[in-house]
Ligand binder design. Structure first.
Ligand SMILES: [Zn+2]
Length: 323
């Protein structure tokens, strides 16, 4: 099929977003609307073979439910974290789920008898935000997910670039503070060692010393900063400045129209966006300043993006969709 083909009203794709703790699953129409959603535990401690088994069982179950409801499943899309070779359909490496060179796309094709696509969780999340969410209509989008870590997806005309090795978008490992704290990757001063939700909570606890009675989340740091607590304000501002440095580098590289902030930290809303817009504005010299907006699809972005990838794989693109 090609872009020009008519989209059948009964066509549906099976979509799964596999995370370290849970899987978000859905049946999605070509216009991006989910008609059925399910959540299942990943239970990664069982090992990668058991997780693969569960993924295929859930996908097959969803395809059966679709047929029972009068839909025609036409493809399956699966999103996984880590390093993903999208061209070969292989989950190359994942710390959270334990995948090592798992040919997930071919396994899905064999099990379901349908075309399948495998994508990276953040890249497909960016795809969904760019085509259906906060970046809709702007064409050139950098999606930045800030949670335990920080990762990005650069989406141009509805396609997220994967890089030569399936590892594009590791914006969390841009060096922003050469003398900064050590990152999980082993190097000091990476963006995510300062501005991830985990790093913000850690930094606050370190500076508070014995005075913090319990672990403080990044959301609480944001709240305390908004309430005028000096220590929280300092930690929050440090994170904002580091993020602005990282995003300015992103803008220098990609010159996007819109930066969409997702992940847990983006739920801080204007407490993040307002100071970050100001800090980013300061850093723009001759670069064009991007719009900075919060993600619109929440934690469904990955699942919807997996569905878009599946639709792309069979050449179905809804005519209503504005890119
Ligand atoms: Zn790093």
């Amino acid at each position: 099929m090609s872009d020009g083909d008519t989209v059948g009203t009964d066509q549906i794709v099976v979509a799964l977003d596999v995370g370290g703790t849970g899987m978000k699953c859905a049946l999605v129409r070509p216009d991006g609307v989910a008609v059925r959603t399910e959540r299942h535990p990943t239970d990664a401690a069982r090992g990668p073979a058991a997780v693969v088994h569960t993924i295929l069982d859930i996908a097959e179950g969803l395809a059966d439910k679709a047929r029972a409801d009068g839909f025609a499943p036409i493809a399956i899309g699966i999103a996984v974290p880590g390093v993903v070779d999208e061209a070969r359909g292989v989950a190359v490496w994942s710390a959270n789920v334990g995948f090592r060179d798992v040919p997930l796309r071919d396994l899905a094709v064999r099990r379901l008898g349908l075309p399948a696509a495998l994508g990276h969780d953040v890249r497909v999340g960016g795809l969904a935000e760019a085509r259906l969410g906060a970046g809709r209509g702007t064409g050139n989008v950098l999606f930045v997910a800030i949670g335990t870590g920080i990762a990005a997806a650069h989406v141009v005309d509805g396609t997220a670039a994967a890089g030569a090795h399936g590892a594009a978008g590791e914006i969390g490992h841009i060096l922003v503070r050469p003398d900064g704290p050590r990152c999980g990757c082993g190097r000091p001063g990476c963006l995510e060692a300062i501005a991830s939700a985990a790093a913000i909570g850690r930094r606050y606890a370190d500076l508070a010393g014995g005075t913090a009675d319990a672990p403080v989340t990044a959301a609480e740091v944001a709240e305390r900063a908004a309430a005028g607590e000096p220590l929280a304000s300092q930690v929050w501002q440090e994170a904002v400045e580091a993020l602005a440095d990282g995003l300015a580098t992103g803008q220098a590289l990609f010159d996007v129209a819109t930066i969409v902030l997702g992940g847990g930290l983006a739920q801080a809303g204007d407490r993040l966006l307002t100071p970050l817009r100001a800090a980013l504005h300061e850093r723009m010299t001759f670069h064009r300043e991007p719009q900075l907006v919060a993600a619109a699809l929440g934690d469904e972005a990955g699942c919807l993006g997996a569905a878009l990838l599946a639709l792309d794989a069979v050449g179905v693109r809804d005519h209503q969709e504005i890119r």
